[in-house]
Write a protein of this length. Structure first.
Length: 649
């Protein structure tokens, strides 16, 4: 969090906090990085560190933690991690003693909400490598490594904290401390190592973020700066840590942005220039790194260009990070860096920075991000410029060295994911991504999703695109087939479409097992007896009950609750329940549907006399399964009798 926190608080909390921070010097605000194949992107959710002057304080009065609604919004935008602050003394009022159970229970709730939303968290003590001692209001902050706050006390804290959460999947990483500064070498020499030792003493192998001194400023990692960060090094028996830094782009690196774009001396690549010393340091040491804070104001669109270039540099370096700031009502909504949306739930209006942030999501294959489900899956298209070298499969082979090209009249590319998935994001790599002319980037297109390959729902519509790579985050939708429809292939009049990669991200739906129709909702024609022979009696798992109907058109339909792969239907007719075999259903069809409107016939039977029939067919995605009865019995009886209607994967 930026040192100038009072600007970020609601007015009531700001006044109280100004008293506490009056003795701090202005900080320099920098960045953080991680050279590696996979990385996470997210947001900072502050509030838990507020009012440290009241020690324990009261939740929602003196301080606040993020809620499920906060996590839900940012997860829907594609963010996969959230860094959130707490006060060290609040959760451990006495050094070397147990953590406060009531305060830790509040953190437990935060982790549970994050897990439910699909986000992992980075908890961080927001104390600048210090711990407060003395009685309110006359606290004194003592450095970690001082006689008053020995390294052993810091180690003890992290051992207790990590012991509580070492098995909790909500934890992405432990951030040892927010922005150590002016420690006289205490942090770099042994403070950071004490934190690492504490986490590992708890038996945790979870990721650790190790910040630098000098307010963790990325620009302070520049050779010749004289910063102790250049010598920062820790030993980790689990070999699972990242060096962490922060970076802002105003003249003093503080994140205050008081002078406007021109007054701050900004230019499009100022962020890259500020952080590249740090990223080079990480690369030279083959070190994984992370950028814990960065942010830009929303009052001048030029800052978004700075942010875009900065994040593109982090993308190239394989570096993750968390944007500052994303708080809700507890943070001053006028804060120009705040990306919490305006409007009400269900009608949120994104802040201007959000589009840039969404264009630089967590990497495919990261610890949290779903994998590219389209990779090497069967692909079809309307046509190909060259059926061998530019076929549809070239757009899902994971390489921007190959492409699908089509000059057809109705251009489309379709991928079969092989099974249902809850889809939330698509990435399209257009012509420029493969070094073709950027004028050939797909101009107007849509992306549609289908459960059955026939009935599609459009989830993305784009016009006027010029970008080489487009990322499309959507509300989660379940489907098996993804289709890219191209209306206008280029911006220069060229009639060929060129797609280097079509990527789909989400979570595969687990393959179901057993009778999927068991106890599911049914509808049907009028039963012989509504109380004892309704449709539910055919899906209750018992051949001691039955569905009976004598009213044409005779049918029974079961709703599986969601579209899923099915390949077999079993029908237990009259004889299976010891009724006369002459009443076994004679002529019937079985049909399936993903939406309850468009149906596909998967079985047609005439002349049946068996008491039980099994119907196997090629697997299909369906939610609704329907039995239509043309001739109910072999002896002329007008009533149909179905003892069990079963559906299997």
């Amino acid at each position: 969090m930026r040192h100038y926190l009072a600007r970020r608080l609601s007015p009531a909390l700001a006044a109280a906090f100004l008293i506490l921070i009056g003795t701090f010097a202005p900080p320099a605000r920098p960045a953080a990085a991680l050279p590696g194949a996979a990385y996470e992107r997210g947001v900072n959710l502050s509030g838990g560190e507020y009012r440290p002057d009241v020690i324990l304080g009261a939740l929602y009065t003196d301080y606040i933690y993020p809620t499920r609604a906060n996590f839900d919004y940012y997860r829907a935008k594609g963010f996969t991690v959230a860094r959130f602050a707490f006060d060290w003394k609040r959760v451990q009022p006495t050094l070397g003693q147990p953590l406060d159970e009531a305060k830790m229970a509040e953190l437990d709730r935060v982790l549970a909400d994050a897990t439910a939303a699909g986000i992992r968290v980075i908890p961080e003590p927001h104390n600048y490598a210090r711990y407060r001692l003395g009685a309110a209001p006359n606290f004194t902050d003592y450095l970690i490594g001082s006689p008053e706050v020995p390294y052993a006390a810091f180690r003890d804290f992290w051992q207790r904290f990590a012991a509580r959460y070492k098995e909790n999947p909500a934890i992405y990483a432990y951030n040892l401390m927010n922005e150590p500064h002016d420690t006289g070498g205490l942090w770099v020499n042994a403070g950071a190592q004490a934190g690492v030792d504490g986490v590992r003493a708890a038996g945790s192998t979870q990721l650790i973020l190790v910040p630098g001194d000098d307010w963790a400023g990325a620009h302070r990692w520049t050779p010749g700066s004289g910063s102790p960060n250049l010598n920062l090094a820790v030993t980790d028996p689990a070999s699972n840590f990242m060096y962490e830094a922060h970076q802002y782009f105003d003249a003093d690196n503080s994140g205050r942005y008081q002078q406007g774009y021109d007054g701050e001396g900004a230019y499009p690549t100022v962020g890259v220039d500020r952080v590249k010393g740090f990223t080079a340091w990480c690369r030279a040491r083959n070190a994984r790194c992370f950028l814990g804070e960065y942010g830009v104001p929303r009052d001048d669109a030029r800052w978004n260009t700075v942010l875009d270039n900065f994040l593109a540099h982090l993308d190239a370096e394989g570096i993750g990070g968390t944007y500052w700031l994303g708080g809700g009502d507890w943070v001053n909504p006028a804060d120009p860096l705040n990306v919490w949306p305006t409007g009400a739930p269900g009608a949120y209006v994104d802040r201007p920075q959000m589009a840039t942030l969404m264009a630089h999501p967590s990497s495919p294959g990261s610890a949290t991000t779903p994998a590219n489900l389209a990779l090497n899956r069967p692909a079809t298209a309307d046509s190909a410029c060259d059926g061998v070298t530019e076929a549809a499969a070239k757009a899902v082979d994971g390489s921007v060295g190959t492409k699908w090209c089509s000059g057809g009249a109705n251009k489309f590319l379709q991928v079969d994911l092989g099974g249902a998935a809850d889809l939330s994001r698509f990435v399209v790599r257009h012509a420029g991504a493969g070094n073709d002319p950027v004028q050939w980037n797909t101009r107007d297109f849509t992306i549609a999703v289908s459960a059955d390959g026939t009935n599609f729902t459009t989830v993305v519509t784009v016009t006027g695109n010029t970008a080489n790579v487009t990322t499309h985050t959507i509300a989660t939708i379940r489907g098996r087939y993804v289709r890219l429809n191209i209306a206008v292939p280029t911006s220069d009049g060229s009639t060929a479409a060129r797609i280097f990669e079509l990527e789909a991200y989400g979570t595969p739906v687990p393959t179901a097992s057993g009778n999927l129709a068991l106890s599911r909702a049914t509808t049907g024609s009028t039963p012989c007896d509504a109380a004892t022979e309704g449709g539910a009696k055919a899906v209750d798992g018992s051949t001691g009950t039955k569905f009976c109907t004598g009213v044409a058109p005779r049918f029974l339909q079961v709703d599986l609750g969601a579209a899923q792969a099915i390949s077999r239907v079993v029908i237990k007719h009259a004889g299976a329940g010891n009724d006369p075999v002459a009443w076994n259903t004679r002529d019937f069809t079985v049909r399936v549907s993903a939406d309850g409107a468009a149906y596909t016939t998967v079985a047609t039977v005439t002349g049946n006399t068996a008491s039980e029939t099994t119907h196997t067919f090629a697997a299909v995605q369906a939610r609704y399964v329907r039995l239509d009865i043309a001739v109910p019995a072999s002896d002329g009886s007008g009533a149909a009798r179905i003892f069990e209607f079963e559906v299997y994967p």
